[in-house]
Design a protein around this ligand. Structure first.
Ligand code: HEC
Length: 137
């Protein structure tokens, strides 16, 4: 084998390794992106919660269930604090997403909790769940 040939073979292998590394990196990157999307984005959820949907009117700024509108409601409601780890650990992400989309009444809970299926898409619901989950940590 001539020196030149050996050299070009090594270059070939190195290039292959380089592309493999790049592809691997991209793969990890997209996987992480995908997982972030699948899990929901805390900041996006906080924005929906505080600025877009005004969930905080009832649930309070920090999710403690002390929103300013509660005393003004005709019906008495029992709110829960989302900072309560013990309470939150009893609830699944599926339940949180379901009550947000279908509302309280559909799940045998307070009708004061409205359904948001027409206001939020699937990703926005996941973002809200991620935000809610972030409060009990
Ligand atoms: C008008 C008041 C009101 C608003 C606005 C409101 N909720 Fe609720 N929500 C309630 C009440 C009351 C309950 C408790 C239902 C029960 O347990 O009977 C509840 C329950 C929930 C629950 C189940 C966990 C728990 O605390 O019992 C989630 C999750 C939730 N709301 C999310 C949201 C999100 C997200 C928004 C905004 C998109 C929102 N809520 C807006 C009143 C409200």
């Amino acid at each position: 084998m001539s020196g030149e040939k050996r050299y070009s073979m090594r270059a070939h292998i190195t290039r292959k390794m380089f592309y493999t590394a790049v592809l691997g990196f991209l793969g990890v990157f997209f996987l992480a992106e995908h997982q972030a999307a699948a899990q929901g984005n805390v900041e996006a959820g906080a924005k929906q919660y505080k600025e877009v949907q005004n969930c905080k009117e009832c649930h309070g700024d920090g999710g403690k269930g002390d929103g300013f509108i509660l005393p003004l409601l005709k019906v008495k409601v029992e709110m829960h604090s989302w900072t309560d780890k013990a309470f939150m650990s009893e609830l699944t992400d599926e339940y949180l997403a379901e009550i947000i989309t279908k509302g309280g009444e559909a799940l045998g809970k307070s009708e004061v909790m409205l359904q948001y299926s027409d206001k939020l898409n699937e990703q926005q619901v996941k973002d809200l769940v991620a935000f809610i989950r972030s409060l009990a940590r």
